[in-house]
Design a protein around this ligand. Structure first.
Ligand SMILES: NC(=O)c1ccc[n+]([C@@H]2O[C@H](COP(=O)([O-])OP(=O)(O)OC[C@H]3O[C@@H](n4cnc5c(N)ncnc54)[C@H](O)[C@@H]3O)[C@@H](O)[C@H]2O)c1
Length: 414
């Protein structure tokens, strides 16, 4: 019989599955780009983030970490990190929103040099609160769509005082993390927590951006009948051409069995939609905040609200129908009962891009305050390292091909 050992190190297993971060960790331990710098990390404190934090620490940083969502804190990961030198966790499982706010302030009071955020909460807070300051902050790397749009809104308002790298807006992030990572991890969580088969079910996906496209594509691959709702005509056409039915939420509400919101917006599913839904319809969200389903309106419409299973809140309506809300409307892949966030192979590249963005911030002089694209060469570095880790080789352009592509009088070349 195989003897099983309880892992004392909750990150050990996933370290093997994050080879790109492993390579950056080795390189960082040698050239110590963050020596003397303090980095404030606000993210889902789960194992992959733990490996990211260790990578920064091994590259010389003092790392302060805090959750961006109280629902996604893994207690064993926090204890493991907090016990290490060079890492301080401002976190605990079961934090209230007030605890989270306090933790963010305590972290910012330590005047970090760099911020690494998922949702831009630390960034917004040090700009908005008169008791806090942005003075120490050299720059910020932001890894999700909602955080980048928030940073852009700060720039548009003329308040953004530091440079921010939009790590989310790179091909390596969009194509892999948002599409595959969220798509697979969200549906896995829905199926496990509700014991539901998706084949043959009507799945309505609100928002056909990177995340929504991933969710809809994966749901259809599992045999679901997929419906997409959108507000952007080009995304709607894209969904149509990809083979999904496209319609307004008012119509989709009548036929959906599972609803997944992926818009980064608010109040996408409202009371008027719920009134039309089938008995037993399930609602969940993968967008950044728990405001895509108008939960207050749902509660007002219900005669009874109770948790029927871990991660499932049942709203009973006056006419006898019930509607199930999963993971309290928070990101179902990160806060549901079986949630492990994105697979390690996906976060490997996202966090690698975050490490390179932070390195770029300390190594580049004179970056203006504002939201900047991550330089393409860094995104390509991440892709190259990932291919190396996978053992996949690709072709390269010949001199002739490069000259042909660079020329406008191409007949002279070939
Ligand atoms: N759960 C996760 O692990 C995870 C991972 C990555 C991103 N996210 C979050 O998911 C959300 C979406 O990210 P994305 O990269 O797909 O963004 P995106 O901007 O590419 O897509 C959002 C789409 O929603 C559409 N939309 C906006 N309001 C709508 C409405 N009322 N009805 C229907 N459609 C609407 C937009 O037109 C857009 O096409 C963001 O909040 C992002 O932060 C979550």
């Amino acid at each position: 019989m195989v003897e099983r050992h309880h892992a004392e190190d909750p990150l050990a297993r996933l370290r093997e599955r994050t080879p790109v971060l492993g390579m950056l960790r080795e390189a960082g331990a040698e050239d110590r780009p963050f020596e003397g710098a303090t980095i404030g990390v606000s993210s889902h404190l789960e194992p992959k983030t733990g490996i990211f934090i260790e990578t920064l620490r091994d590259a010389g940083a003092e790392v302060l970490c805090t959750p961006n969502d109280p629902g996604s804190v893994h207690g064993d990961v926090v204890s493991h990190l907090d016990a290490q030198s060079g890492i301080t966790a401002f976190a605990a499982p079961e934090m209230s929103e007030a605890d989270l706010d306090r933790a963010h302030r305590d972290l910012l009071d330590r005047e970090p040099d760099l911020l690494a955020t998922d949702g831009a909460e630390l960034l917004a807070k040090c700009h908005a609160d008169p008791e806090l300051s942005t003075e120490s902050v050299v720059g910020c790397a932001e890894q999700t769509t909602s955080g980048v749009s928030r940073a852009r809104a700060m720039a548009d308002d003329g308040v953004l005082a530091v440079p921010v790298f939009a790590v989310n807006h790179t091909p390596m992030k969009h194509w892999f993390d948002n599409v595959h990572g969220t798509g697979e991890s969200a549906l896995t969580n829905v199926m496990l927590s509700t014991n539901t088969v998706l084949a043959g079910r009507t799945v309505v996906v609100a928002g056909y951006g990177y995340v929504g496209r991933g969710v809809a594509t994966k749901a259809r691959a599992l045999g679901a009948d997929t419906v997409v709702t959108e507000v952007d005509s080009r995304k709607a056409i894209r969904a149509h051409m990809d083979g999904h039915r496209v319609m307004p939420m008012d119509e989709a509400a009548e036929i959906g069995e599972l609803f997944v919101t992926a818009t980064g917006n608010c109040h996408v599913i409202r009371e008027r939609h719920v009134r039309k839904m089938n008995d037993g319809a399930m609602l969940c969200n993968v967008g950044h905040r728990d405001i895509e389903v108008a939960i207050g309106e749902l509660a007002d419409a219900a005669t009874d609200v109770r948790d029927v299973e871990e991660g499932i809140t049942r709203y009973s309506l006056a006419d006898g129908r019930t509607i199930d809300l999963l993971a309290e409307g928070k990101m179902v892949n990160l806060t549901g009962p079986y949630s492990q966030g994105h697979p390690a192979a996906v976060m490997d590249t996202t966090f690698a891009a975050m490490v390179l963005a932070l390195r770029e911030l300390v190594e580049t002089d004179g970056l203006d305050a504002g939201v900047h694209p991550l330089p393409e060469r860094l995104d390509e570095d991440v892709a190259r390292l990932k291919l190396d880790a996978l053992g996949v080789e690709i072709d390269s352009l010949t001199d002739l091909q490069q000259r042909y592509l660079d020329a406008w009088q191409r007949d002279e070349i070939v």
